[in-house]
Write a protein that binds this ligand. Structure first.
Ligand code: CTP
Ligand code: MG
Length: 392
């Protein structure tokens, strides 16, 4: 587990611009793209990431109602300023007034397709620097026009040049201080990393993501829509697991400790529900099973919490450029009753998989006292996972 897990991380989503270059009847962040307002895509990506504790949304004066329509009544909204920097500053001051954070991510609402691995890379890099930004290499030849007009001037080397994206991640106190001290030209503060650099702080570079491209002009909507819908293949996997119920063990089901007179026995914490889910995800990827990745013969998994296995499976899906669309779990046991714990288990699984809770189904049944589950000798779990993989 990386050190980043012990930090409280908040996110500031800046959505207070007017979207003048994109045109249209409303500012671009409220326009629809791939079935949802752009702002909702970026908001969901941040709020569903397991490492991010809260999201503050900065909107323009008069945009509150549009933001509430897009995000719902519960979103924490703050009024932004005349420039992007002033909007970030407003978000940071609101976060500070709310009790602050250890770390903060600052993200443009206009970059709707944020995948979790970018956030993971940024937070890992923050272990060694007070700031981290996602970048992509420049691939086109760069050139400059001659001083005398539209004629080719001197060549520009691509060497050492990168395109900078958001989210950008920072030590919260360092970024807040940089904003409070900034007295430079507002035009030079096009992103938050520039403020840290002006004070001499290190900013780490991590690999960005083509999907993060900003929506700036009208044409970008079409490009983003196409990019989003490029052939994706739904894949389904199933998983099944059984563990024995024994005296003197805690009972873990779906990543939740459940009060019961007995617990499941196994090499790890024996969380039969998470094991079935791991196998379902690995099955959808056609990448073996839990035993091939975490052999019971390996002492390092003895007593291991099974959420680590599920996180691994989620990361395997992400590494293939995929997304988890839905999981469905059925627990088979006579006791304990699952009903009272269902919502807690759903929420925990949703958190571990970084997906909304309405994509997580948890069901339970008895076997009418028949068989090993019916006699209370063990608990079985079936899981089905549906994932969406790029058709590469
Ligand atoms: N932004 C902001 N406050 C501002 C200006 C911009 O919160 N005063 C936000 C935008 O909503 C966007 C991000 O900063 O999510 C990046 O800015 P940009 O792409 O330039 O968006 P706009 O300023 O809205 O667009 P334009 O410059 O074309 O008017
Ligand atoms: Mg702008």
């Amino acid at each position: 587990m990386s050190a980043s897990a012990s930090h409280y991380t908040a996110a500031i989503l800046v959505a207070a611009g007017r979207g003048e270059r994109a045109g249209g009847s409303m500012p671009k962040q409220f326009a629809m793209l791939a079935g949802a307002p752009i702002l909702l895509h970026s908001f969901r990506a941040l709020s569903h990431h397991p490492a991010i504790g809260r999201v503050i949304v900065v909107v323009g004066d008069g945009q509150e109602e549009m933001a509430r329509t897009a995000l719902g009544e519960d979103a924490r909204l703050v009024t932004g300023g005349a420039t992007r920097r002033l909007s970030v500053r407003a978000g940071l001051e609101a976060l500070s007034a709310d009790g602050g954070a250890d770390r903060v991510l600052v993200h443009d609402a206009a970059r709707p397709f944020l995948h979790a691995p970018v956030v993971d890379r940024l937070l890992r890099a923050l272990d060694d620097a007070p700031g981290a930004i996602p970048v992509l290499p420049v691939v086109d030849t760069l050139t400059r026009n001659a001083a005398t007009g539209l004629l080719l001037g001197e060549a520009v080397s691509r060497e050492g040049l990168w395109r900078v994206q958001t989210p950008q991640a920072f030590d919260f106190a360092v970024l807040l201080d940089a904003h409070r001290r900034w007295s430079g030209d507002e035009a030079l503060a096009t992103d938050d990393a520039a403020l840290l650099r002006a004070l001499g702080h290190d900013v780490a570079l991590v690999e960005g993501d083509a999907a993060l491209e900003k929506i700036t002009h009208k044409e970008d909507f079409v490009r983003a829509e196409v990019l989003h819908s490029v052939a994706i293949q739904p894949r389904t996997g199933m998983g099944y697991d059984v563990h024995r119920l024994v005296e003197g063990k805690p009972l873990w089901l779906g990543g939740v400790a459940i009060p019961h007179d007995r617990g499941l026995s196994g090499h790890s914490d024996a969380d039969v529900a998470l094991h079935a889910l791991v196998d379902a995800l690995l099955g959808a990827l056609a990448e073996g099973d839990i035993g091939s990745h975490f052999p019971p013969s390996d002492p390092q998994w003895k007593g291991a919490p099974s959420h680590r296995f599920l996180t691994f499976a989620r990361e395997r899906v992400e590494a293939r450029g995929g997304r988890i669309a839905h999981v469905d779990l059925t627990l088979i046991c006579e006791a304990p009753k699952i009903g009272p714990h269902r919502e807690t288990i759903r929420a925990r699984i949703a958190q571990l998989l970084a997906i909304p809770v309405d994509r997580v189904s948890v069901k339970a049944t008895t076997t009418e006292r028949l068989g090993f589950a019916g006699r209370g000798e063990g608990i079985a779990a079936h899981a089905i996972a549906t994932i969406l993989l790029p058709d590469l």
